[in-house]
Design a protein around this ligand. Structure first.
Ligand SMILES: [Zn+2]
Length: 246
């Protein structure tokens, strides 16, 4: 079999196996990407995705690194690099998936190691939810501090509030992208893998920030399974490849 035919067939196959493309859609995608180099990139990013979807750790850190790396292959021309993840998350995910991601990760403020408090961890939209007094009055949500000392899907109302603010979702996705990119930077640039800290019985993933070696941020995943996370990202890659050329 000539080399280009081999690359073409392999690319069609990996799209079906890794991202669940139908044969017809895989062929459409490969027809759009005619050069051997682009087809090879599709094979390579599929292999990479396949690798990171099999990560076993409970922590999401290495899944985030995998996600960033895949998006970097999709948008090689966009600069600075941190913009690629933003674009991927805002342009390729269904709104339900965006809401799910925003409701699934909570973050601490940036804190000084062993000097300032880690808690509370909040959803990205928490502050705007609290400031929406009209909404809270309408639903009789009061005494906000005691109700939401710690954001989580079962305790706080951020996720419900998000359903009433669809126009803000992409801006929140950009903030989420920035935070995930910071996690990636801590590992890639600082060789500083995330630490798991115990604080009052909870285990928390925490990472350094580029602004200084003593600054940290903690995060937690909440009510999302590893499979759900992978399915969301996979749907985004599929959307990208069906609608764009590499
Ligand atoms: Zn919340």
């Amino acid at each position: 079999m000539p080399r280009s035919e081999e690359i073409k067939e392999k690319a069609i196959k990996v799209l079906q196996i890794v991202f669940g493309f139908s044969e017809q859609n895989a062929k459409l995608c490969i027809a759009k990407n005619r050069s051997n180099i682009n087809r090879s990139k599709i094979i390579s990013l599929s292999h990479f995705f396949n690798y990171f979807k099999n990560i076993k750790e409970i922590s999401y850190t290495f899944r985030f690194i995998g996600l960033v790396s895949v998006t970097e292959s999709l948008y090689p021309k966009i600069k600075p690099n941190s913009e690629r993840l933003k674009k991927f998350l805002t342009d390729n995910l269904d709104i339900q998936y965006k809401k799910q991601l925003l409701s699934s990760f909570i973050f601490s403020k940036d804190y000084k190691f062993q000097k300032s408090k880690i808690f509370p961890l909040r959803h990205i939209m928490f502050r705007d939810f609290v400031n929406d007094k009209k909404y809270r009055r309408r639903l009789r949500i009061s005494n906000i501090q005691s109700q939401v000392k710690y954001c989580s899907k079962s305790l706080c109302r951020c996720s419900d509030w998000l359903n009433h603010s669809p126009n803000k979702i992409d801006a929140y996705m950009e903030i989420l992208a920035r935070k995930l990119y910071d996690i990636r930077n801590a590992v890639i640039h600082e060789s500083n893998p995330s630490l798991i800290l115990s604080d009052g019985g909870s285990l928390l993933d925490t990472h350094t920030l580029l602004k200084g070696p003593t600054y940290f941020r903690a995060y937690e995943s909440d009510n999302i399974t590893k499979q759900q996370f992978i399915d969301i990202i996979s749907s985004g890659v599929k959307h990208f490849l069906l609608n764009n050329k590499l």
